[in-house]
Ligand binder design. Sequence first.
Ligand code: MSP
Length: 713
Amino acid sequence: MTTSTTERYYLTTPIYYVNARPHLGHAYSTIVCDAIARRQRALGIDTWFLTGTDEHGQKIERSAAQAGRTPLEFATAISGEFRALWDRLGLTYDDFIRTTEDRHKRGVQHLFTAIRDRGYIYKGSYTGQYCVSDELYVDGPPGTLCPDCGRATETVSEENYFFKLSAFERRLLEFYEANPNFMGPESTRREVISFVRGGLRDLSVSRTSFSWGIPVPGDEKHVIYVWLDALANYITALGYGTDDEKFKKFWPADMHLVGKEITRFHCIYWPAFLMAAGIPLPRSVQANGWLLFDQGKMSKSRGNIVRAETVHAVLGSDALRYFLLREIPFGQDGNFSFDALVQRYNGDLANGYGNLVSRVVNMVHKFFAGVVPEPGPETPAETALRQSAAAAIAAFGPDFDALNFSEALKSVWSLVAEVDGYLTANAPWKRPAERSEADQTALQARVLATAAEAIRIITALVYPVLPDAAAKVWRQLGQGEIADAAKNAFLTQIAWGGLQPGTRFAESAPLFPRAEKDAVERMVKIEEENNQSVIEAAGGPTSPQPQSAPPQAAEFKKKADKKPMEEIHPAPEPVIAPAAAETPAPQTAPAPATPAEPAPAAADQHITIDDFAKVELRVAQVLVAERIPKADKLLRLEVDLGYEKRQILAGIAQYYEPEKLIGRKIVIVANLAPRKMRGLESNGMLLAASLPPDGAPVLAGFLEDVPLGARLK
Ligand code: MSP
């Protein structure tokens, strides 16, 4: 049955800055939105889920310059990484906006004009402090630190356009009062209100000191303030200012989900801009807390990031979704650790839901040839289970819709535990001697049909959180494709009694193979290798505190058991062969395709030209080469790139006499994140062919003379 829909739901993630590659902190908000979007759709609500990337501003301009690329090239590469990651994680966004797209630029200019035409933008001059990292104007004298990130602010002095934010103080407070659910959680609401009560000053909404942005219509030497530009994505993506069919249908947004540090922009500036332009306000802004790793906010600048790819590679996307939604009460900060992740995975998914499904599906195959039996009359045990299932259905929706994902999942997992207990109590696999065959068959039919029905309900409820597993279970239960059921609004009809006797089950297939203890080690290792070998797309020098491994790695290593590895999901190949660990560490990459080396057999060995462009290969000359005491494999080199000198440690000491290297022109990977070996920092990697049988390096060089710093493309 197809339910016709009149209701619609529009939700958005923040758009992500393209100066940093995606990490779990970014994946968190996008995954939360995906779970919400999936549930809304499965309730028959016409849903639009928007995400995208924030690509303008001084911060991006500078990062691009450091990486030696144009801002657009740079933004395109990183935006592509975000999008590719969301696709890999199976996130069902309906639109992905880039602020460098024409539809966005036109929309922003339209908005700016609308606000100016209504008298809320005027020209004035500004001298004050600006935090480039947060793209935030800060009150205070020169030398003031940014209140949000603690970095030094810069003094800017410009003739600017100003937005009359002060004119909205009262109206905003009235609006908050009249719409108590506009922002959440409560702490956000309190902070925002007290900020506005403290008084609002007019806001500079253009800059002239750089050009990477959207020009002010009619005054092109100004670019529009990056937050006005960025916030507008929520309407420009719907066609505001260009083709507003979708805008009419989906605006105002039902929810902007944002990190807690950007609530001021979303709860004060954004509503004020919209009021000024005469556009209705979004229905709610909800703030998520931060994902912490090793006690700090996971962020590129702290160097403590974990990538979603790593968890995906070892445990799968559902495991990550489940962990984030179950472990962290929404709105609060939450610690991420590989240990906690694996514990949740094994406890709740492998041993809990996964094991329950496989027991029941296997028994239906074993005792009833895979066909759901007629359950027969209910006993008190089935009545209790049916009532518990009804209670879980009743609790799940309101909890989930109030963003209490953790509570919602908890109630489903107590149902999982109850079904487990019910199976154990009735032990349909055992036949006591005094029980007749007919009674045994009746008990098996009753217990298995009941347990299978409970699993069907559990699966429907968890579908928004565990879409991959739910799809598999739905097939195993003979229910077909869950995606089709979702299109038919199956969550509106979820009630006990839907599993028809006579339904044929599909073969049982593993859902969540148990993670052995070394799963933690594997994830730590992937992160280490990534930190060592994947080229920072944003350019090495922009990572202020690079680390060779996530801070918890050593601790994980200590804890992890040295059991043989069990392949759960194959780990992805690194783009460039990683330098091995500390001691042997030849800091040389094998030449990509020496005929002497057999091609690796991984599934997808292709990279795009954009991937290749991330690797900054340059010509350098060796100025100093010397051995390192007590390290018989390493040489310390100082090389000249023409524009700067670097220290590089290379594991070539057994093959090259240091003196012979001096003056030689070599090729280095110039934008590799620095790493420490033997207490010395290595800033780059030499390129060499790696010869069998033992990987002897032969340094790459040129027959013609080449200038220092020349880039290899
Ligand atoms: N570009 C702005 C948002 C503009 S929206 C109109 C921005 N970008 S960001 O890339 O810095 O952050 C995007 C989102 O990722 C924010 O909501 C931020 O809170 C979130 N996260 C980044 N690191 C995070 C964690 N460690 N934990 C949770 N979320 C975090 O701000």
